[in-house]
Design a protein around this ligand. Structure first.
Ligand code: FAD
Length: 354
């Protein structure tokens, strides 16, 4: 049986909920289809010690400030999950859980959304599926020969899983630095941290607040036709959150240049020497989870879909929300997704107007 609604939102993490909040305010009938069994999107699956890089009030979705977590300036992931669960309930957002969207097709004047438990037709679709389900691993020689354990950020939980082991952490971004600090801090694993270029820390007094301000200034500059001030990447790669700062200042975070290949038992460096290792943790990023749009054959580069604002250039009934700066400055953050969600839903309201 095919069900009908005005808008299908795919993904019920923070971006999907922000879309739901605005759709509800505009009185647009919608459903939010989410693969997870419980609220919280990717925040349910991060490593145990992860804390936000911004204080609670700077990590809020539209309409409701995130409450302060007692004793923590930077809330942990469990606090974010509680906040998202409460947000969804407070605004009675129509989330249908445990529903995996397989594909989206053009169907007369609307779009048909096929799921593992039936299909929907809608006049517009908002995709908010994030990146967590599409971990990226680089093509490094020897990756298949290596007989130790290989994990991506998405599988890392805690240093206790590596007690007494020799671990190589790959990646000079926030995940790499934080996981390296997590392992170094307890001293139970023998850590080697490798990065493609020298780690670029943001100034110690810069956290997500300043990053958001920077993204906002950039948006204004672009809107007003002024010179592009550059994305947040121009400030550095690593937010020096307290555990990273502590490990770095204690001299525990010394990065080595990337190894040239994996061997069966470890890694080989540019000078031909080898290090034996038990595990390699790839903190090498993500790609947008967009496979469900394959049938629409939309133009794009680097796994993205070409957009104007949030709207797909080649499919005016489709909006993309939350994946990265390409769907709105800071739209892949809690505080940043509210504005593109508002803009996307306003555009949809215009589009649906008879
Ligand atoms: P997600 O949270 O991934 O939600 C997407 C949802 O869609 C999931 O529930 C998923 O199961 C579902 N889904 C995916 N595909 C389908 C499908 N085909 N059918 C149905 N459902 C589907 N941001 C901050 O603001 N502050 C921070 O401190 C911060 N720290 C971060 C630390 C890490 C390690 C990472 C990776 C990100 C961090 N971010 C931070 C960025 C961002 O806020 C999170 O990545 C956030 O989870 C993105 O929300 P989202 O709703 O876009 O995606």
């Amino acid at each position: 049986m095919t069900q009908r609604t005005d808008v299908v939102v795919i993904g019920g993490g923070q971006a999907g909920l922000a879309a739901g909040y605005h759709l509800r305010r505009l009185g647009i009938e919608h459903v939010i289809l989410d693969a997870q069994a419980a609220p919280g999107g990717a925040w349910q699956h991060t490593w145990d010690s992860l804390h936000l890089f911004s204080p609670a009030q700077y990590s809020s979705l539209p309409g409701r400030l995130m409450p302060v977590q007692e004793g923590a300036l930077y809330p942990d992931a469990a606090h974010v999950v509680d906040y998202l669960a409460d947000y969804e309930k407070r605004y009675a957002l129509p989330v249908q859980r445990g529903t995996w969207v397989e594909s989206v097709h053009r169907d007369g004047p609307g779009l048909r959304v096929e799921t593992d438990s039936g299909s929907w037709t809608a006049r517009a679709v908002i995709s908010a599926t994030g990146t967590w389900t599409r971990p990226f691993l680089p093509a490094v020689p020897g990756r298949r020969e290596y007989q130790g354990r290989q994990l991506h950020t998405v599988q890392y939980r805690s240093p206790s899983d590596f007690t007494g082991q020799r671990v190589v952490v790959v990646g000079g971004g926030n995940s790499g630095a934080q996981i390296a600090a997590d392992l170094a801090g307890t001293g139970t694993a023998e850590l080697t941290w490798v990065t493609q270029r020298r780690p670029r820390y943001l100034a110690d007094d810069i956290d997500g607040r300043a990053l958001f301000d920077h993204a906002t200034a950039r948006r204004r500059a672009l809107e007003e036709g002024r010179i592009d001030t550059g994305g947040v990447a121009s400030l550095g790669d690593i937010v020096a959150v307290p555990p990273v700062r502590a490990a770095r200042d204690a001299g525990l975070l010394t990065a080595k240049p990337m190894f040239t290949r994996l061997t069966a038992t470890g890694v080989e460096w540019a000078d031909g020497t080898q290090t034996q290792t038990d595990a390699v943790i790839w903190c090498t990023g993500f790609r947008p989870a967009l496979a469900h749009f394959a049938a629409l054959r939309l133009r794009g580069t680097r796994g993205h879909i070409a957009t104007v604002g949030t709207r797909a250039v080649d499919e005016p009934r489709l909006h993309l929300l939350g994946y990265g700066d390409w769907t709105g400055p800071a739209s892949a953050t809690l505080i940043g997704v509210g504005r593109p969600a508002r803009d996307a839903t306003r555009e949809i309201a215009e589009f649906l107007r008879p």
